[in-house]
Design a binder for this molecule. Structure first.
Ligand code: SF4
Length: 315
C-alpha cells in the first residue's frame, strides 16, 4: 500500500486529541510531540502508560485523553500491551468486536522505562512480534522524581545523581545508550526517532509505520524545562537545535534498513544547543571545559561521518 506523505504543517489536523490543562510542566516537549502522535494515530487507540511523568496525565476521575488509557508499573507496559492485544484479538475472533473497530495498542513510556527498567519486558514483546506502537518521551533522565541519571542521559549532562563538581567536573561520565540500535538488533519492522520541532516528519513516520504489523518504535527527544533548566517557551527551539547541531538524528529503520529522514544542510556547532541549558552550564562556567566540549562535538562529527559512509544521504 502506497502511503501519501503530508507535505506541510498546513496538512496537520487542527483538531486536538488531548484536552488542554494537563498537570504536566509548561513547555513539556514530550507532551508537544504526543499531541502530534495522537493526531497521526487517529481515534481508535488504547494507551498503555508505564509509570513516569505522563502518569500525571490521567488522574481518576479526570483525563485529558479522548481514548482509553491503562496505567502499569514502570517495568511492564509491554506486558500490559500484550494482554490488551490478546483481549482484542479474542473479541474479534469470537465475533464480539468488529475488526473495523479494532484499536491500536500504544505503549507510552519515559526513558527510565524504555532504556532501563522496562527493557526486559520490551525485549520480550519485540521478540514475540507483538503488534504494538511504542512511544518513548526521552527527556534524558528520571524527570518526575528529581531528574536523576538514566541510561538515556547524555555524556556531560548534570543530573540529580551525577552532579558536576570537584570530584567529577564532567557531570555524567557515561554516554547515552543507543536504544534505536538495541531495538534494531531484534529486527522489528519499523523504528524511528522523532522531534516535536519536526511535526511533518513525525506524522509521516506514523503513517508509514501503520503499514507494518509488529513492534513499532518512536523515540522522541523531549525538552524538559525543569530538568534541563531551560525556559518553557524555549522547548521547541531546543528540540530544533538538537536536530540542527546533529546531536539528535532524525531517522527510521524499515525492516532493519536505516535511512536518515532529515539532514541539516549545514550543521550548527553543538555549543549552540548546550549553551542555554542549565544541565550543561558547568561546561561554560566558572571556566570553559574545552576538552569536554570538543569531545561532544567530535562524537557528533564521528556519528555523521559513519552515516555518510553507510548511507547515501539525500539532502
Ligand atoms: S519533568 Fe520534564 S518530561 Fe516530565 S512532565 Fe515535566 S517537562 Fe515533561
Amino acid at each position: 500500500m502506497d502511503v501519501i506523505p503530508i507535505k506541510s504543517i498546513k496538512d496537520i489536523p487542527t483538531e486536538e486529541d488531548i484536552f488542554p490543562g494537563t498537570p504536566t510542566c509548561a513547555g513539556c516537549g514530550g507532551l508537544l510531540a504526543l499531541r502530534h502522535c495522537l493526531k497521526a494515530l487517529g481515534k481508535k487507540v488504547i494507551i498503555v502508560n508505564a509509570a513516569g511523568c505522563f502518569t500525571l496525565l490521567s488522574i481518576y476521575p479526570f483525563t485529558p485523553f479522548q481514548n482509553s488509557w491503562l496505567y502499569t508499573a514502570i517495568a511492564c507496559a509491554p506486558a500490559g500491551a500484550q494482554g490488551v492485544r490478546d483481549a482484542l484479538d479474542i473479541l474479534i475472533r469470537k465475533g464480539r468486536l468488529d475488526p473495523e473497530e479494532d484499536l491500536k495498542v500504544v505503549v507510552l513510556t519515559g526513558d527510565g522505562a524504555a532504556y532501563d527498567i522496562g527493557l526486559a519486558s520490551t525485549s520480550g514483546a519485540i521478540y514475540r512480534n507483538l503488534d504494538f506502537y511504542y512511544i518513548c518521551y526521552d527527556n534524558e533522565a528520571y524527570g518526575n522524581t528529581g531528574f536523576q541519571w538514566s541510561g538515556a542521559t547524555p555524556f556531560a549532562s548534570k543530573t540529580g545523581t551525577t552532579p558536576a563538581g570537584r570530584i567529577s567536573p564532567t557531570g555524567t561520565e557515561l554516554s547515552k545508550k543507543n536504544l534505536f540500535e538495541i531495538w534494531r538488533s531484534h529486527k522489528p519492522p519499523y523504528l524511528a526517532t522523532i522531534s516535536p520541532a519536526h511535526p511533518v516528519d513525525l506524522i509521516n513516520k506514523f503513517k508509514k509505520a501503520e503499514q507494518y504489523k509488529g513492534p513499532k518504535l518512536f523515540i522522541n527527544l523531549s525538552p524538559c524545562p525543569p530538568g534541563w533548566a531551560t525556559d518553557p517557551s524555549h522547548s521547541a527551539m531546543f528540540a530544533k537545535l538538537a536536530v540542527d547541531t546533529g546531536i539528535w538524528a532524525l531517522k527510521e529503520a524499515i525492516c532493519g534498513d536505516v535511512r536518515h529522514t532529515f539532514v541539516p544542510k549545514k550543521f550548527r556547532p553543538v555549543e549552540e544547543y548546550l549553551k542555554g541549558q542549565g544541565r550543561f552550564a558547568h561546561l561554560f562556567k566558572p571556566v570553559r571545559q574545552e576538552e569536554i566540549l570538543a569531545k561532544i562535538q567530535e562524537m557528533v562529527v564521528q556519528y555523521w561521518n559513519e552515516v555518510q559512509d553507510n548511507e547515501s544521504i539525500k539532502k
